[in-house]
Design a protein around this ligand. Structure first.
Ligand SMILES: *Cc1c(COP(=O)(O)O)cnc(C)c1O
Length: 426
């Protein structure tokens, strides 16, 4: 039998860092990434045959659990009818209809193959619609790997953004303004400086890429008002939160209506997918109806559409979301109880089927709070949990994901592991 270490060694010879997405390399927690052999329900098995209760959920898509029989059957059915056509199929319309029903501001949809493409295309659309160049994003929010979005705050509150990755031209980064999540004043200041140049404000409405940060009351109402006043589009990146914090996404929870939404993850049920949605008056600016070019060979892929439709069928069942959210909340309550019992500065919170745990005494409200975590202690906790058979996202700045396959027994087993692991790092 092979081992994770042997496979990592082998992978590093031909794959950059041994992986195809940077965070999988375990750099934030150290140690050897687990090479996954198979996944079913709430569990992953690595190539050494070890089983883990999985709270990564492929970083969000697997809300129905791994290898859900009806999703697998839908994909198998679709596969026997052809893997890709490069021509329209009816499932694209059906999935778009579902999204329009669940998200009231969405009249039209365009599918892509990833969340990155969706966010990138939404920005192009906003720029095309407004005729403006600048975009505004928030430090710590992630919208995929498009050049314009790999930008961090420059020095000084009103400075232009600077690239956060090599290979992104400073000239391009200048068009990305970076504000602070939960800090409306930082947004107001940027609008004051560029009152008529900002095409859009893009935000994760409930932030899930700097671990889980809830918006403070009034934050999104303020963004909505500023965007409307200045003629900028408000774009909610619901790639993570859509169909995850609630069936209707963060916008259903918050009661604030964006101009455009970006989707991904859950709507592909584990297959590569992304989507942009919004009112026809904006969406129709995209090709072939309008001048904003957008295309993709595998966009609307029949296997991805089949997996997405089957997943929505599962999670839209009456009571399904409530039950899963409650079980996730029970996990979080148990984690907080374990923190109290062991005296570790640790806490957890959840929203729907998404959660976060922090090496902090109380939940964070800002990117700076998240960064104040005891990272060394998180690393020890992380590996202790892995040894106990619980797979958390391998970074202190990532949220974790619950699914319909996680049972009360899985929650109980996780809490036993967490109590032992917290005691070990106390
Ligand atoms: C995952 C994610 C993306 C990128 O999606 P990919 O499918 O990985 O390209 C964009 N925005 C948010 C909020 C995400 O969580």
């Amino acid at each position: 039998m092979t081992s994770n270490a042997a496979e990592f060694e082998r992978a590093q010879r031909v794959l950059v860092g041994g992986v195809n997405s940077a965070v999988r390399a375990f750099r934030a927690v150290g140690g050897t990434p687990r090479f996954i052999d198979r996944a079913e329900g709430a569990y992953l098995w690595d190539v050494e045959g070890r089983r883990y209760i999985d709270y990564l959920g492929s970083w969000g898509p697997m809300i129905a659990g791994h290898s859900h029989p009806s999703v697998v059957a839908a994909v198998q059915r679709a596969a026997t009818r052809g893997l890709s056509y490069g021509a329209p199929n009816v499932m694209e319309t059906e999935l778009a209809e579902r999204i329009c029903t669940l998200f009231p501001h969405v009249e039209k949809v365009r599918f892509t193959s990833s969340g990155t493409e969706a966010a990138m295309s939404a920005i192009r659309l906003a720029r095309g619609y407004t005729g403006r160049s600048k975009i505004l994003k928030f430090e710590g929010c992630y919208h995929g790997t498009a050049d314009s979005l790999l930008v961090k705050a420059g020095s000084g509150a009103l400075a232009f953004g600077t690239p956060s990755s090599a290979g992104v031209p400073a000239d391009l980064a200048r068009h990305t303004l970076v504000a602070q999540f939960n800090d409306l004043d930082s947004v107001r200041a940027l609008f004051a400086q560029h009152p008529e140049d900002i095409a859009c404000v893009m935000v994760e409405p409930i932030a899930g890429n700097m671990n889980l940060i809830e918006p403070v009351p009034g934050f999104h109402e303020g963004l909505r008002e500023l965007c409307t006043r200045h003629g900028a589009l408000l774009i909610f990146d619901e790639v993570m939160t859509g169909f995850r914090v609630a069936l209707g996404g963060a916008q259903a929870v918050l009661g604030v209506r964006p101009d455009l939404s970006a989707f991904g993850k859950v709507i592909g049920g584990g297959m590569p997918v992304g989507a942009i949605g919004g009112p026809a008056a904006v969406m129709d600016l995209m090709a072939p109806l309008g001048p904003v070019y957008q295309a993709g060979t595998l966009s609307g892929n029949p296997l991805a559409m089949a997996a997405g439709l089957a997943t929505l069928d599962i999670i839209a069942q009456p009571g399904w979301f409530d039950a899963v959210s409650k079980r996730c909340a029970r996990l979080v309550a148990g984690l907080n109880e374990a923190a109290r019992a062991t005296g570790v500065a640790f806490c957890a919170r959840s929203r729907g089927a998404m959660a976060g745990c922090f090496m902090l005494a109380s939940p964070p409200a800002s990117f700076a709070d998240v960064q104040a975590q005891d990272v060394e202690r998180f690393k020890r906790f992380y590996h202790r949990m892995l040894d106990e058979g619980v797979y958390l996202p391998p970074s202190p700045v990532e949220a974790f994901f619950f699914s319909g396959a996680h049972t009360d027994a899985d929650v109980d087993a996780t809490l036993v592991a967490a109590r032992r692991s917290l005691a070990a790092v106390a």
